[in-house]
Design a protein around this ligand. Structure first.
Ligand code: NAD
Ligand code: IPM
Ligand code: MN
Length: 361
């Protein structure tokens, strides 16, 4: 396609600081590999917009984004002015659900040169993909508060797990595992305590495993799974999880690789009926915002995933992805580094160092 149309939504906080560095890298790679991109910047889906308009996005947001090939997204949330559930249900979670981005793919990898917080782990020991269900599960608006303000106050929040949703998540995850050298899948479960939905998930996984006999698989209750992410990360290759479990695992995993400031994500509608969305795993980090010290690598890596997805993992997009990853690897090995990795470099310095490597690669 010529050109690809990319919606740019920087969001709040450090989203606005890392986005320019993500764009710098994506542009450098696109130029080098001859990929035509047209960027469309939208000044909504952030909390200042909410302050001015009483909602996070214009009413016609969906029409405005519908012709886009991808959405490049920073981070949303400014809890000092807008409650988090309002800002997130008014933007990011709407995109994921309305654009049916049912796969949230979150790579976790320990890089050479980054000190590992886990004792004795080397690059190669931590290298797995979290495949998070992204449209249903524990994230719902179904429920309510009764007898509010009284001693009888009750709150109920339902979870929703559809057959369609579980099957498509597991099919994607098993096929992804099949495409990797180790061909292994782990399912996050909690079928001992969450006694209706989680045994049901186990059964869906058993059925999908029977259709993928070449993929070895196991399941782990979420509690011990978090312990194994810390103690035995080398056991994992592809990790499939419901929405909430996947959310938790995808901060824990990157933390074991030194910082969540590296972690990218791809919110995919694999059938391409709707635009997919690429964003860091991390949020708007109000605690460091305005200092110019945020690590832009998660944003940059998310841009690499975007280019790869646009060209279906082939050709120029794949080459651009690989060049961006190679540049990230070099910068992590040789420096400079941001404060989350013990350095003193600014967001811009890291972005420039990566873009320079991409152009040279
Ligand atoms: P956070 O990810 O924003 O920050 C957690 C911690 O990690 C902070 O100490 C922060 O300084 C640090 N950190 C995060 N990204 C970093 C980076 N690139 N470089 C260096 N350090 C980094 O999580 P939080 O504090 O729970 O949430 C803050 C806001 O972001 C909230 O409004 C939350 O709802 C929102 N949020 C949005 C998204 C998203 O848009 N996808 C994701 C997570 C949180
Ligand atoms: C993430 C974030 C979001 C989530 C929040 C901000 C709603 O933590 O993308 O991981 O829980 O999915
Ligand atoms: Mn999260």
């Amino acid at each position: 396609k010529n050109p690809f149309h990319i919606a740019v939504l920087a969001g709040d906080g450090i989203g606005r600081e890392v986005m320019p560095e993500g764009l710098r890298a994506v542009r450098a790679a696109a130029e080098r590999f001859g990929i035509a991109l047209e960027f469309h910047t939208f000044d909504w889906a952030h909390c200042d917009y909410y302050a001015a308009h009483g909602q996070m996005m214009p009413d016609d947001w969906k029409q405005q984004l519908t012709g886009m090939d991808a959405i490049y997204f920073g981070a949303v949330g400014w809890p000092a002015t807008v409650a988090d559930h309002v800002s997130l249900w008014g933007s990011l979670l709407k995109f994921r659900r309305e654009f049916d981005q049912y796969i949230n793919l979150r790579p976790v990898r320990l890089f050479e040169g980054v000190p590992c917080p886990l004792a004795g782990k080397q690059p190669g020991d931590i290298d797995y993909l979290v495949v998070r269900e992204n449209t249903e599960g524990e994230y719902t608006a179904l429920g309510g508060v009764m007898f509010e303000g009284t001693e009888r106050e009750i709150v109920i929040q339902e979870s929703v797990h559809s057959r369609h949703g579980a099957e498509r998540l597991l099919k994607y995850a098993f096929e992804l595992a099949r495409s990797r050298p180790r061909k292994h899948l782990s399912l996050a479960t909690k079928s001992n305590g969450i006694a209706i939905s989680m045994p049901w998930w186990d059964r869906q996984a058993e059925a999908m495993a029977a259709r993928h006999p070449d993929v070895a698989w196991d399941k782990h209750h979420i509690d011990i799974l978090t312990a194994r992410f810390v103690l035995q990360p080398e056991r994992f290759d592809v990790v499939a999880a419901t929405n909430l479990f996947g959310d938790i695992l995808s901060d824990l995993g990157p933390a074991t690789t030194g910082t969540i400031g590296l972690a990218p994500s791809a919110n995919l509608n694999p059938e391409r009926r709707f635009p997919s969305l690429f964003e860091p795993v991390h949020g708007s980090a109000p605690d460091i915002c305005g200092q110019g010290i945020a690590n832009p690598i998660a944003m940059v890596w998310s841009g690499a995933l975007m280019l790869d997805f646009l060209t279906r993992g082939q050709g120029a997009g794949r080459a651009a992805h690989d060049a961006i990853l190679a540049a990230i690897e070099t910068v992590l090995r040789e420096g400079p580094r941001t404060a989350d990795l013990g350095g003193a470099a600014s967001t811009t310095e890291i972005g420039q160092a990566i873009a320079r490597r991409i152009a040279q690669a």
